[in-house]
Design a protein around this ligand. Structure first.
Ligand code: HEM
Ligand SMILES: *[C@@H]1O[C@H](CO)[C@@H](O)[C@H](O)[C@H]1NC(C)=O
Ligand SMILES: *[C@@H]1O[C@H](CO)[C@@H](O)[C@H](O)[C@H]1NC(C)=O
Length: 498
């Protein structure tokens, strides 16, 4: 997050609230306030959350409270203690936080409110349509849409360089394919066409909104963010009911959500549209960068890429599928589940690129039991935070944590699940999708669609990075909010395999 804006944010909080200090009470974790009253440690945290937390851990131990932009946040750094936080569903609530932050970000009225009885529960129920048996239809639809976009945009004739190579920017490539295919799978297509017009503009607007996302989540008022309000309105208007009703092949998930929103007379059309827009963000905001990282790590590790490609060909042969370039490929849920090397590549890429913070708001003063005899006192209204990136980058758990290893999550040809800290087996060792009651309901779909995307890439194309590019680094401006974007795009070449 930009320092200047964080500063502004801190000052705002300062103006809006009364300066109130607080003293550490018996049983509470070390309290670190920072040298600027109120803005506290926000500046340092926003600049590089991972380093900030590691340094505090060295000084203050595994549990400490920091005042960040006016909020008291208690970080639990030891992953062996994670289960104790995650299981406290009642006293440590996620949805209070989401209900406070999402409306200002996406522009709909708070869901948990007397105006909308039962809405929260119904929304929760709709998530079942992303999982279990219901996932098969969605996955099938995604396959068709990916194939469509690949065929029309990348498998067709077009300008080529010598040897049949085409050049591209990798992030741009992933974004254009995954954004549109996911959009079509979720919301459907226009009745008279297989693709929506204006997808490029929608995507550009989305990127501009997404750049402001960290500030909106930090509850910066949208009117301070220049064009953002107008861009958000434009994005929301895309989903107005009279437009959506003209689309066909809409997923059951989105149809169910439209129906449930229609039950509330107190919701205006723009409010309903804003809910649909929020789902667009949830379904592509992390999936696109995640797809990028998997593609990037595989293309920059040709040996790993070859192993995954071989696994894919073996799986197709086993399923009796003869691959040929002019026939559409179908890879269903069951076939995708067998691709363990590809899954390990995905998990390893998520480990390296995810920086989501798990947040719980303390519902009452209580003593949070940690391990054995040890517990800490926490106060109502405070925030308990887990920062799994610290675990993902812990050299004791993951040897050489900075490097990509294809078989990181494989042991004897199947999935590896034993990872250790201080000689103890970890219950949680990979948490790109959050935890407990707030865990991402789209995670199975996300992994499947990323697999499908990579399968198509590996089946159809030879892929190479352009030479003379330095290693891509992470852009930390979204630290705490999910999968980080690359700091720069990467040039690559692709050509049809012969
Ligand atoms: C690699 C891709 C993805 C990642 C890394 C990811 C990650 C996350 C995370 C970290 C959360 C918050 C959990 C927490 O704070 O504890 C979340 C929530 C959510 N995700 Fe995902 N997600 C991904 C893809 C998707 C997709 C494809 C969909 C939908 C089709 C989706 C739908 C949602 C929804 C609806 C929520 C809010 C859940 C709630 O309010 O309880 N996500 N996701
Ligand atoms: C599929 O979704 C429906 C509707 O939400 C739900 O009743 C059913 O249990 C879901 N099936 C699975 C296997 O999750
Ligand atoms: C990858 O991670 C997911 C959780 O994010 C897990 O369910 C799955 O089993 C993992 N697969 C492998 C091969 O580690």
């Amino acid at each position: 997050m930009s320092l200047l804006l964080l500063l502004l944010l801190g000052l705002l909080t300062l103006i809006l609230c009364v300066l109130r200090g607080r003293k550490r009470r018996a049983g509470e974790p070390p309290l670190i306030k920072g040298w600027i009253p109120f803005i506290g440690k926000a500046l340092e945290f926003g600049h590089d959350a991972h380093t900030f937390l590691e340094e505090h851990k060295k000084k203050f131990g595994d549990i400490f409270t920091v005042r960040i932009a006016g909020k008291y946040m208690t970080f639990i750094m030891d992953p062996l203690l994670y289960p104790n936080v995650i299981k406290h569903g009642r006293q440590l609530d996620f949805h209070e936080f989401a209900n406070k932050v999402s409306p200002g970000t996406f522009g709909y009225p708070p869901v948990i409110s007397v105006k909308f009885p039962g809405m929260q529960e119904q929304i929760k129920r709709s998530f079942q349509l992303l999982q279990g048996d219901n996932l098969s239809t969605l996955t099938e639809s995604m396959m068709g849409n990916l194939m469509l976009v690949f065929r029309q945009d990348h498998l067709c004739d077009g300008p080529r360089e010598e040897g049949g190579w085409r050049s591209g920017s990798m992030y741009e490539f992933c974004n254009s394919v995954m954004f549109e295919a996911t959009f079509l799978t979720m919301y459907g297509r226009p009745q008279a066409a297989s693709r929506h017009g204006g997808m490029g503009v929608l995507r550009e607007d989305f990127v501009r909104f997404d750049n402001m996302f960290p500030l909106l989540i930090a509850q910066m008022p949208i009117w301070l963010l220049g064009q953002t309000k107008a861009i958000r309105e434009k994005l929301i208007n895309y989903f107005l009911p009279h437009r959506m009703s003209c689309w066909s092949d809409t997923s059951q998930f989105i149809r169910m959500r439209s129906e449930l929103l229609d039950q509330y007379d107190t919701l205006r059309d723009v409010d309903k549209a804003a809910h649909h827009f929020a789902i667009l963000w949830a379904s592509v905001g992390n999936t696109v960068p995640a797809s990028f990282w998997v593609m990037y790590y595989l293309v920059s590790h040709p040996d790993a890429l070859q192993v995954v490609r071989q696994e894919l060909h073996d799986a197709l042969r086993l399923a009796g599928v003869e691959f040929s370039q002019d026939r559409d490929v179908t890879l269903g849920k069951d076939q995708l589940e067998k691709l363990v090397y590809l899954e390990s590549a995905i998990n390893e890429s998520l480990r390296l690129s995810s920086a989501s913070m798990n947040i719980r708001v303390v519902q009452e003063d209580f003593s949070l039991r940690l391990d054995g005899e040890c517990s800490v006192a926490v106060r109502k209204g405070d925030v308990i935070a887990l920062y799994p990136q610290s675990m993902h980058m812990d050299p004791e758990i993951y040897k050489e944590p900075q490097s990509f290893r294809l078989d990181r999550f494989i042991q004897d040809g199947t999935m590896k699940t034993d990872f250790y800290k201080d000689g103890q087996k970890l219950k949680y060792y990979l948490m790109p999708f959050g935890s407990g009651s707030s865990m991402c309901p789209g995670r199975y779909f996300a992994v499947n669609e990323i697999k499908q995307f990579l399968c198509l890439l590996l089946l159809y194309f030879d892929l190479q990075l352009d030479e003379d590019q330095s290693r891509v680094s992470l852009d930390n401006s979204r630290a705490g909010l999910g999968i980080l974007l690359p700091a720069t795009d990467v040039r690559f070449r692709y050509r049809l395999q012969v």
